[in-house]
Design a protein around this ligand. Structure first.
Ligand code: C5P
Length: 237
């Protein structure tokens, strides 16, 4: 999976996705497909994106018993995604089985999809974590703990806020990916994201990949907006 900014294709169907990608006239992009689009269009959508030369992060956040996740990952590896994910809270064995499923499902001659873990969802705050999950710790401690578990289970990285990226790097390794959503260009609308950073700051504070949605997908000029993101992301600091 290349390290260019990942565009979140949060569209309801293939038609809307096609209209959006049409702006880019054949440029090869890194894109993220989430539950909405995947549940509507299924594996043929991944084939189609791959045929166009895009790198695909399939963001389905699997969380189930180890054997079920193993079987599902075997199928997702065959679908040709470049990166997939699970919830770290599913446990070490589940993460190991996810990895085994990917290894076994990857067709000969292809690279195994990268596997990353969600630690605590950014929609979970400390109070909710303590009261509902009964984790009597700071939220950041829980995030770091899950990142360490994912690292030990052999995963390639985690989804995290840019603000957590450098602590995760320290707790794991520089090669362990920190994939960061919540990116906005300076002076832009925040939508429902709360703690946002711009692409150059994300890089400076330790993100290894960024995910950006609405500032590009809902822009009047998506190509311009995307180019701004790339330029900031690649800026020498
Ligand atoms: O439109 P926006 O840039 O906010 O989109 C960010 C994308 O990243 C969305 O697809 C969203 O679901 C996803 N995401 C997130 N925060 C997380 C994990 C994923 O915003 N912690």
């Amino acid at each position: 999976m290349n390290r260019t900014p990942i565009i979140a294709l949060d569209f309801p169907d293939k038609k809307k996705t096609e209209d959006f990608l049409g702006f880019f006239q054949g440029k090869k992009l890194s894109v993220k497909v989430g539950m909405e689009l995947y549940y509507k269009e299924g594996a043929p959508l991944i084939d189609w994106l791959k045929e166009q030369g895009h790198d695909v992060f399939l963001d389905l956040k699997l969380h189930d018993i180890p054997n079920t996740v193993y079987s599902a990952m075997k199928i997702l590896a065959q679908a040709g995604a470049d990166m997939v994910n699970v919830h770290a809270s599913g446990g070490t064995e589940m993460m190991r089985e996810a990895l085994r499923g990917l290894e076994e499902g990857t067709p000969a001659g292809k690279n195994r999809p990268l596997l990353i873990a969600v630690t605590q969802l950014t929609s979970t705050d400390e109070e909710q974590m303590q009261n509902e999950q009964l984790i009597d710790r700071k939220l950041k401690e829980s995030v770091l703990h899950y990142a360490r578990l994912a690292h030990r289970a052999g995963l390639d990285g985690v989804v995290c806020s840019a603000h957590e990226a450098s602590a995760i790097e320290e707790a794991t390794s520089p090669q362990f990916l920190r994939v960061t959503p919540g990116i906005r260009l300076s002076g832009q609308m925040l939508h429902d994201q709360k703690r946002v950073v711009n692409p150059s700051r994300a890089r400076r504070i330790g993100s290894s990949m960024i995910v950006i949605g609405r500032p590009v997908t809902q822009s009047e000029d998506p190509v311009w907006a995307y180019n701004q993101v790339v330029e900031e992301w690649e800026m020498e600091t």
